[in-house]
Design a protein. Sequence first.
Lengths: 283, 316
Amino acid sequence: MSWLTRVRNALPFSNKRETPDNLWVKCPRCHDMLFSKEYEANLYVCPRCEYHGRIGADARLGQLLDEGFELLPAPQVREDPLKFRDTKRYSDRLKAARAANPHNDAFTAAFGRIEGLPAVVGVQDFGFMAGSMGMAVGDAFCAAAAKALQERCAYVVVTAAGGARMQEGILSLMQMPKATVMTRRLKEAGLPYIVVLSDPTTGGVTASYAMLGDVHIAEPGALIGFAGQRVIQDTIRAQLPEGFQRAEYLHKHGMVDMVVNRHQLRATLANLIDYLAPAEAAA
Amino acid sequence: MISYLDFEKPVAELEARIAELRAASEGGDVDLSSELAKLERKSADLLTTTYAALTPWQKTQVARHPSRPHFRDYVAMAFEEFVPLGGDRYFGDDQAIMGGLARLNGRKVMLIGHEKGNDTESRLRHNFGMGKPEGYRKAIRLMEMAGRFGLPVVTLVDTSGAFPGVEAEERGQAEAIARSTEACLALRVPMVSAIVGEGGSGGAVALASAERVLMFEHAVYSVISPEGCASILWRTAEKAPQAAEAMKMTAQDLVQLGVIDRIVPEPTGGAHRDPQAAAVALGGAISEELDALSQKTPQELLRLREERFLTMGAEG
Ligand SMILES: [Zn+2]
């Protein structure tokens, strides 16, 4: 099976349906009309302007990992610990998000190989409640790190988050130190931890595990930052610089090592892991 | 001169009446002492009952009270000595996050905390307690130093959040916060944090990833400000009181969630009514926690801190 077929098969069901509504998509940047199938097959990258669209967890895992990877079980966490309700109940928001997504929450991880090299890959899916970090995300991040420790292999995390899961209040904030406990353990075990920052990565996720990698890779054009642009603008009352908080801007300011096109991501990761991961123990 | 919060209006009226009577009794020949005593009792009772039943939103106002004591006040009133240390050795010396060597009830510690300032000039100098990357990097430097020299780390947390600015982002605000959290978690010396005013989001947790976290009775600690939460989830900042309620951000809620370990009582009417008493209570509570932690080995401290965060919020 070619990688194209693999990616196509990994796409969530809803993306496969062909209704006249989604036969074509409009590129948000160059406004060209793209044939949906072609856009999907091109890993949600616009073939004309290289715009990198958002991509679901399954499609991402399918692209990065060799065939035959093993999905890690979703951890069991307390649901709606604060019994939170804004204009809607959090429990209803969760239900709606689960109905629209193949996974239980915004972080999905798998153990497998990248071009033959063992790795755990964790993917944060912006499509699930804006990728926001709550206890399920924190637990899944930590469980995947524990798997990498157990397998003595690299840990790759693709981040995407609008920020914290506000409906879990302080418990979402506590995921920052919690995830950091595990990145420290990887460091002490001498295992590479590689972060791929995808669009958008903001707030508490950026201010914890997204900025603690041995290597930071950003996808072209990805929005990456701590504070929201609106908040910054309201504070400083001035225009934001051109390209502010975009991947290329962070690269220029030394916060990421490289900006890598999605088509080269898999090969780039494999090469980095080859340099950094401990040699596989003879079985 | 006390500046009253909205919900303190009945107290303010009583206290104004008391002041009037007192002025009258000083000048005149009528004996108003029994009337005064009655009013004073009434006013004290009202203050006690008001503060015993503060809503989360009212507590937020108290935690942000312009006269609430801040880092420098606690340093002066609870610590015998403070030797400020400055700078991150890369860029500058952020005045929003202060730190240095300090003595607390005879114990040598590394003290770090946010300072908001207490008048226009000092608020600007301390950037309203909103730390920049160089502030968090200074904290990292001081924590690492404390670890090397076996000094326990004490942090006083009081920030609405890390500074949202263009230059702060360019210099890696997110990375600095992440590394500061990491530095807390790497310590092999005791660490005690106290949320003394506002514990605002990542800018707070970067200094509060400790094995023991205390909180003042009327302090607040949350992932986002009630106004921020309300404007995102309710689409209007006017719903901040509801957001404050829903987020469970008071010391009383957080001790139940296991996010903090101990509530430090405040003087009646809040820390700003009697900063000295608040400072004594704070210093005493921190000392007790440090006493308990001093029996533990470096490895035990590290594991204790790690387990605290790994199991936080879990079923049970
Ligand atoms: Zn395009």
